[in-house]
Design a protein around this ligand. Structure first.
Ligand code: GCU
Length: 423
């Protein structure tokens, strides 16, 4: 008890700006679930104006400081080098473009490649899906025209690829298309959607000691502080910079760009949409802890595990919450509230225990009061639905059969959702 008291007092005194490591003996008893519609000073939010002008900025500021960290502003020197200006691809179904996004306008500065497929049959600007991929742009399709990434590729974790696909940490021809089952490009083209994607490793190598290979290294002033530029924050920032390109491409309808992400990249998609209101909709596929699931349940991957196994993902202020999942002063339903009233699809897989599928449902459900206040249609059931039974309306959810992955079942639901809500 004494340890816990000292721990809490110390945390409060230094307002989280520390990597202070006195760990309490046990998780605190579950505290009340924070209410997105109650302001810091206790005032109840009852109007859309109050939400927009006061509560939303307050929550954005809180999550930026305590969890995701500060990202650099869009540079006035941002430039797009379109090195593949429109090549027929995917058996004639698509026009492929490839763009290097020069974040500071300098080829020697921070940059990443964006791969874009546009449905060739389109008569005008199309809706688009934007998402980060895990193993390289060349892994989403066997299309031989996709530029191989020069950045590091960790093949060992790719459940779809043979270990020899990447060699000495580099992409090879053998990796082309290995993850195509997760990216049904032809179906997207047939249904009139563009797909834009970038490789996570061009933004950040995603290892604890990967700072020198990350784009963060170009922004040293954002390090050495509690609200430092984090890797999840960096991926979300890259999604916004990819969006900066998409709004300039006349073939894309800038009001109809949905952001998609699986797993850690789902965590980034949620934060990208929370911080950038240009995203018209969000799809979170198995995003788990730090994504859609509620920490307060105290189930599955917790804050300590995130901060220990992936200390680069969140800012260092977040470490003050180790072992306090059940008593956090905030939780992930509030991050998703920041997306309201824009359509949100949260999906789980029943065997993805690490992500706490029921907790992902509870997270989505917890965002509904804000959606309701803003006039969106909400209809998630009170209880976690049965497997393979999609539910909801502007906030939608399903838990499918199987494990941590992106499956045809998922995409069939997402494309139907986008047809109804975005297209
Ligand atoms: C790990 C991690 C999860 C994450 C997942 C992924 O399993 O614990 O939080 O979502 O990796 O990104 O694949």
């Amino acid at each position: 008890m004494t340890t816990r008291l000292i721990f809490l007092t110390a945390s409060v005194c230094v307002a989280g700006a520390l990597a202070w490591q006195a760990v309490p003996a046990a998780m605190p008893a579950p505290g009340p679930m924070p209410d997105p519609l109650v302001m810091r000073d206790g005032t109840k939010v009852t109007t859309a104006a109050q939400w927009r002008d006061k509560r939303r900025p307050e929550l954005l500021e809180l999550f930026t400081r305590e969890m995701y960290g500060v990202a650099p502003p869009r540079s006035s020197k941002l430039k797009f080098e379109v090195f593949d200006k429109g090549t027929e691809a995917l058996g004639g179904k698509a026009i492929r473009k490839q763009v290097t996004v020069l974040l500071e306008g300098d080829p020697n500065g921070p940059k990443f490649d964006l791969l874009v497929y546009l449905p060739k049959a389109a008569k005008g600007p199309v809706p688009a899906i934007l998402g980060i991929n895990f193993w390289g742009n060349h892994t989403v399709s066997a299309d031989p025209g996709i530029r191989l990434t020069a950045s590091r590729v960790e093949s060992s974790k790719n459940q779809y690829a043979d270990l020899s696909c990447a060699q000495n940490g580099k992409a090879t021809e053998a990796c082309r298309g290995v993850n195509s089952p997760q990216w049904p490009l032809e179906e997207m083209m047939d249904r009139g959607y563009a797909l834009a994607t970038l490789y996570r490793g061009e933004v950040d190598p995603d290892t604890k000691d990967g700072f020198d290979m990350s784009l963060k290294r170009f922004y040293p002033a954002l390090q050495g502080r509690g609200d430092n530029f984090s890797t999840i924050g960096e991926w979300a920032w890259a999604l916004s910079r990819a969006m900066d390109y998409l709004v300039t491409d006349k073939a894309v309808d800038p009001k109809k760009v949905a952001v998609f992400g699986w797993s850690r990249l789902g965590k980034a998609a949620i934060w990208a949409a929370a911080t950038d209101e240009r995203f018209a909709a969000v799809i979170s596929n198995d995003s788990g802890a730090g994504g859609a699931k509620l920490f307060h349940r105290g189930v599955a991957e917790n804050v300590t595990r995130l901060n220990t196994s992936f200390p680069h993902w969140f800012d260092t202020n977040f470490r003050a919450y180790n072992d306090r999942d059940t008593a956090l002063p905030f939780d992930q339903h509030e991050v998703m509230s920041l997306i309201a009233p824009r359509p949100l699809y949260v999906a789980s897989a029943i065997d993805d225990k690490n992500a706490d599928p029921e907790g992902e449902f509870e997270g989505a459900k917890g965002a509904e009061p804000v959606y309701r206040l803003l006039g969106a249609k909400v209809s998630l059931p009170e209880k976690w639905p049965a497997v393979d039974e999609p539910v909801g309306d502007d906030v939608a959810y399903h838990v499918r059969t199987g494990g941590h992955d992106v499956k045809p079942f998922d995409w069939a639901r997402y494309l139907g959702f986008l047809d109804r809500k975005v297209k």
